[in-house]
Design a protein around this ligand. Structure first.
Ligand SMILES: [Zn+2]
Length: 135
């Protein structure tokens, strides 16, 4: 079975895997079956890699979510808009990819932010709103 499909099945069964630093954490409403446990153990390295890729993608989306607003409302081209959004999101990005990934205080794929993450996000949103517009 495809790894991503398998992850999907687990999550549909209420089992949520998360990569925190180089550890894999498992949250589940019900106790895992022996089979699930064995599968997770056997694929730990691949799962960590996959989850970390997903996290990176989710963080990228979170820090550029405002780029589209700049692009369409601000009359900037895509590249310009992303550049501005990225620049404004630097601290936010560093928090999500640094402390956030190491401790799990913020978890981008689920849109969960700690108070510090939330504060940095607000700063980022305000900076994007104050950014110069093309038209
Ligand atoms: Zn955080």
């Amino acid at each position: 079975m495809d790894m991503r499909q398998a992850l999907h099945r687990l999550s549909a069964a209420g089992v949520v895997l998360q990569a925190i630093g180089d550890r894999l954490t498992v949250e589940s409403k019900e106790e895992l079956t022996e089979q699930q446990r064995a599968w997770i153990r056997a694929h730990k390295t691949e799962l960590l890699q996959l989850l970390t890729d997903d996290d990176r993608e989710a963080v990228r989306e979170m820090v550029t979510e405002r780029a589209a607003i700049l692009e369409y409302d601000g009359g900037l081209d895509r590249q310009e808009a992303e550049q501005i959004a990225h620049g404004a999101a630097q601290d936010y990005y560093n928090h999500l990819m640094g402390v956030g990934k190491a401790t799990g205080c913020c978890y981008a794929p689920r849109g969960r932010l700690c108070p510090e993450g939330q504060r940095l996000r607000d700063i980022y949103v305000q900076a994007v709103e104050a950014a110069p517009r093309g038209r």
